[in-house]
Design a protein around this ligand. Structure first.
Ligand SMILES: [Mg+2]
Length: 179
């Protein structure tokens, strides 16, 4: 089995889950990060928690690019990490399909799994090689009788999808040593 730990930032309103950004790390060392240029910007602006916790981590470009960013933007439209939802769907499928016998892992991952799977449409449209469920490090910790505050703590970057995915991998591997 090869593990892929991932994390999504998203906007959910009790009916829909809309992708903001995605981070994935694979046991073979590959990493992926993208922010969705089609994210619902107007709704996000009205969401205080997202504005305070998630938007500060979105790609703003580097150097001259950063200086060219409009103050009104939540992210830099010219940053190469900002991609259309369709491009993200293709790239994420390829990232997962590049390894055989893959396990997906996330933290409180139910919403992450739905938002991930909806990149490709309905459940029926899930690409070959993409697992139909995501394992949850919360469940694994519970199974092993380990409280969350006994686990390694995330030093920085919380709510940056890639930083969160990397931390999930640390937790999953730490738990596996104790299983
Ligand atoms: Mg996160």
């Amino acid at each position: 089995m090869t593990g892929i730990d991932y994390d999504l930032e998203f906007l959910e309103d009790g009916r829909t889950i809309e992708l903001i950004s995605i981070g994935m790390v694979c046991d073979d060392g590959r990493e992926y990060y993208a922010a969705n240029r089609d994210m619902p910007v107007r709704k996000i602006r009205r969401h205080q928690w997202l504005m305070e916790n998630v938007v500060p981590h979105l790609p703003k470009g580097h150097g001259d690019l950063r200086n060219s960013m409009s103050k009104r933007w939540l992210f830099h439209y010219g940053d190469p990490r900002v991609k259309s939802r369709a491009t993200i769907a293709d790239e994420v499928a390829a990232f997962i399909q590049a390894t055989e016998d893959v396990e997906l892992w996330a933290n409180y991952g139910a919403y992450d799994h739905v938002c991930l799977a909806q990149l490709w449409g309905t459940m029926m449209a899930l690409p070959d090689g993409v697992p139909m469920f995501t394992n949850d490090i919360q469940q694994e910790a519970r199974r092993l009788g380990i409280a969350w505050d006994e686990l390694p703590q995330q030093e920085s970057g919380e709510h940056n999808a890639l930083a969160d995915a990397r931390h999930n991998q640390i937790i999953r591997r730490w738990l596996a040593q104790r299983a």
